[in-house]
Design a protein. Structure first.
Lengths: 115, 119
């Protein structure tokens, strides 16, 4: 079974600064998918960024980027130029691929952006 | 595109009654939908996977007779909490995959959630 670990229950960052959220996972699969989802106070889950394991290049989406280390089974999220609207719970998630579409979530990191 | 709605967004029911939550894919046909439960300040816990036209697959520890799931069409899945008790109070979230896009991305699109309070 796959597991996803987020070791930082809470983090804070000053507005306009950069913050990195950590995520590690455990799997025996060779190809899989990793996601970061954001859950703001509205509780709507929003996809932030996605990474396919077979792609060596780290995914980027505007101010969001990942550091994917496949050998280390690490998938961290970097948020640059943090904005107040980035305040939310961030969940790392894993999908095994190969027709298994279920997501396994980490426990989440609560990020607070301080003005 | 890829919008998922849930209804109701908030419901209060009395202990012993049943309540139905609807999950709809508004602009795509969802062959697979998922139901999650989220306790306060905790992560999402997968309850079941719902495939259109077939029985749902429940995760270990989830009572299938208590949490009835029906996926009767490609755009609608329902979760019925039967004989609800206060311990069933929680935030329920559904998600759906769009086979046209999720085949390569494995992405799920989430509904806004339903807050259930059982008194």
């Amino acid at each position: 079974a796959q597991t996803v670990t987020q070791s930082q229950p809470e983090m804070s960052v000053q507005e306009a600064e950069t913050v990195t959220l950590s995520c590690t996972y455990d799997t025996s699969e060779s190809n899989y998918y990793l996601f970061w989802y954001k859950q703001p106070p509205s509780r709507q889950m929003i996809l932030v960024i996605r990474q396919e394991a077979y792609k060596q290049q780290n995914a980027t989406e505007n101010r969001f980027s990942v550091n994917f280390q496949k050998a280390a089974k690490s998938f961290s999220l970097k948020i640059s130029d943090s904005q107040l609207g980035d305040t939310a719970m961030y969940f790392c998630a894993f999908s095994a691929g190969a027709g298994s579409y279920q997501l396994t979530f980490g426990k989440g990191t609560k990020l607070s952006v301080i003005p | 595109g890829a919008v998922v709605s849930q209804h109701p967004s908030w419901v209060i029911c009395k202990s012993g009654t049943s309540v139905k939550i609807e999950c709809r894919s508004l602009d795509f046909q969802a062959t697979t939908m998922f139901w999650y439960r989220q306790f306060p300040k905790q992560s999402l816990m997968l309850m079941a996977t719902s495939n259109e036209g077939s029985k749902a697959t429940y995760e270990q520890g989830v009572e299938k007779d208590k949490f009835l799931i029906n996926h009767a069409s490609l755009t609608l899945s329902t979760l019925t909490v039967t004989s609800a008790h206060p311990e069933d109070s929680s935030f329920y979230i559904c998600s759906a995959r769009d086979p046209m896009t999720s085949e390569s991305s494995y992405e799920q699109y989430f509904g806004p959630g339903t807050r259930l309070t059982v008194t």
